[in-house]
Every structure is written in structure tokens, then in C-alpha cells.
Design a protein around this ligand. Structure first.
Ligand code: MG
Length: 267
């Protein structure tokens, strides 16, 4: 389906009509999960504002690197960055799934990562190449799995991301928390910046916390954002969403819809 057709369906004033057209779903009401993924993916792909927020994040990151480049450090400096929706843009995968009326699943995701076809996030490559030119090592700490290693490296190398090698790619092994991988980097490096689209990329305090606690923690870290933490926007997926489901990954789309509707503040 052409992108222009998707946008028309989204803004045609009825949730039932586009869902019928796209997925043959006979539901007569809005579907927060399926329609929401479609809507937010369109925003990621087509809005100038999304690109501007990414550029803003990496512009601030560059300022921080410049500030810290003169600081004496007992160890070599490093940046710890997430990959998905931080430096690589997977919106084509999300669009593909949304148009099928589907959410993420492991099998389709691995098919996508093996394609090594994700684009770069606006400003990400330029920033990391700049940081590398200042002698800062880049560590890619991602919750992609070991099975994704070859495709991930191929995708990073395709764009000449600095340090795109096995030593700098720390995939998920047994646990999704990045704390142990962060400690392993800190054995020989001083981390000057952490970058991610998920609070778990920045601090283990957020891991498996409920939505209310995550909000309070974000408030507590307020002065760190744009300082040692660089955050990228991701309205499509993340622990902000799974926290609302209390990390129950077996909910049906209908159950997720109910949770999302019950999570809203209205008047
Ligand atoms: Mg990510």
C-alpha cells in the first residue's frame, strides 16, 4: 500500500473503515494497538518534528562531547549506545507489521534484522563518527539476540558506524538489563554518555518498574537528561508500553487495548 493511501485512511475520520480496508478486521471500534502502531509509525516516518527531535538529541550530545573532550580521564572514554530507535530506524519493520494488523513477534523481527536493511536515525551516524574522531570508543549495547549478530554488524558496517565489530557489540545474553554489560565496559573505560530510546538503556533503576514508578524515576533523573543521558523519541514501542501491561507478554491485542484505554487520564 502506498504511503499516501495509509495517511488518507488514518485521517478519514473513522477507525472502522481503515481497519476493514487494511486487515479485514470486522471490529466496529478503534483499536489502540493496531491503529496506534500504524499512527505512530507514520509519525516516525513522515513528520519533520520526529527528525528535528533526533537532530536535537545528537546536537546536545555533541555539545557534551565537546565539553568533556578536555577533561582528564584515568581510562579511555566511551559512549554506550542502544541500537534500535536510537541509531537505527526500524520503522519499515513496524510499518510492515502494522499493515498486516500485527504487532512485534520474534520470527518476523529476526527476518528483518537478517536483512540488515534498517536506515540510520537522523543525526546518529554523523554524531558517532564525530565522537570517534575525538578518540571516544563506541559500544553498542542492545537487546537484540545472539542470532541477530551477523545481520546487526552487517547493518552497522554498511553505514561505517565506528567500532562496528564483535568487541563493541554487546548483545543480550540471558537478561535484558544492561547493567552487567555497562559494568564490563567500565572495567576499562570511562563512559561519558549513555544513549537510548528506553529508560532501561540509561539506568537499571527502571527495569521492570511499573508505569507510575517509571514516571517518578524520570522526574528524579531530570537533570541528567541532555547531560549524561541522551534520549531519542519512540512512541511506537518500548517499556513505557509493557510497563502498562505489568510486563505480561501474553496479553491478547484486545486485552492490551483494554489496558491502554484504562490507562488514559480524561476529564
Ligand atoms: Mg531501543
Amino acid at each position: 500500500m502506498k504511503k499516501s493511501a495509509i495517511i488518507f485512511l488514518l485521517f478519514s475520520g473513522s477507525c472502522a473503515a481503515p481497519r476493514l480496508s487494511v486487515t479485514n478486521n470486522t471490529s466496529s471500534s478503534c483499536d489502540p494497538i493496531a491503529d496506534g502502531k500504524l499512527f505512530t509509525t507514520v509519525w516516525q516516518q513522515r513528520s519533520a518534528e520526529y527528525r528535528a527531535l533526533c537532530y536535537q538529541a545528537f546536537n546536545i550530545a555533541k555539545l557534551r562531547i565537546d565539553e568533556r573532550s578536555g577533561e582528564i580521564s584515568p581510562k579511555p572514554k566511551a559512549i554506550m549506545t542502544d541500537i534500535d530507535e536510537t541509531i537505527l530506524n526500524n520503522s519499515s519493520y513496524q510499518a510492515h507489521q502494522a499493515l498486516l494488523g500485527k504487532d512485534y513477534d520474534d520470527v518476523s523481527w529476526q527476518t528483518w534484522t537478517n536483512m540488515a536493511n534498517a536506515d540510520t536515525m537522523p543525526g546518529a551516524l554523523h554524531f558517532l563518527q564525530y565522537a570517534s574522531s575525538k578518540g571516544i570508543e563506541i559500544f553498542y549495547v542492545t537487546n537484540r539476540n545472539e542470532a541477530d549478530r551477523e545481520g546487526t554488524l552487517k547493518n552497522l558496517k554498511k553505514f561505517n558506524f565506528p567500532n562496528s565489530d564483535n568487541d563493541h557489540l554487546l548483545l543480550k545474553q540471558n537478561i535484558s538489563s544492561k547493567e552487567e554489560r555497562k559494568k564490563s565496559i567500565e572495567e576499562n573505560h570511562s563512559i561519558v554518555l549513555l544513549m537510548g530510546d528506553n529508560m532501561n538503556d540509561l539506568s537499571s533503576f527502571f527495569v521492570k518498574k511499573d508505569a507510575g514508578e517509571r514516571i517518578k524515576l524520570a522526574d528524579g533523573f531530570a537533570s541528567d537528561f541532555g547531560n549524561r543521558f541522551i534520549v531519542l523519541p519512540n512512541p511506537v514501542y518500548g517499556d513505557w508500553e509493557t510497563a502498562l501491561y505489568h510486563y505480561n507478554y501474553s496479553l491478547t491485542p484486545a486485552q492490551k487495548d483494554s489496558v491502554l484505554e484504562a490507562s488514559l487520564y480524561s476529564y
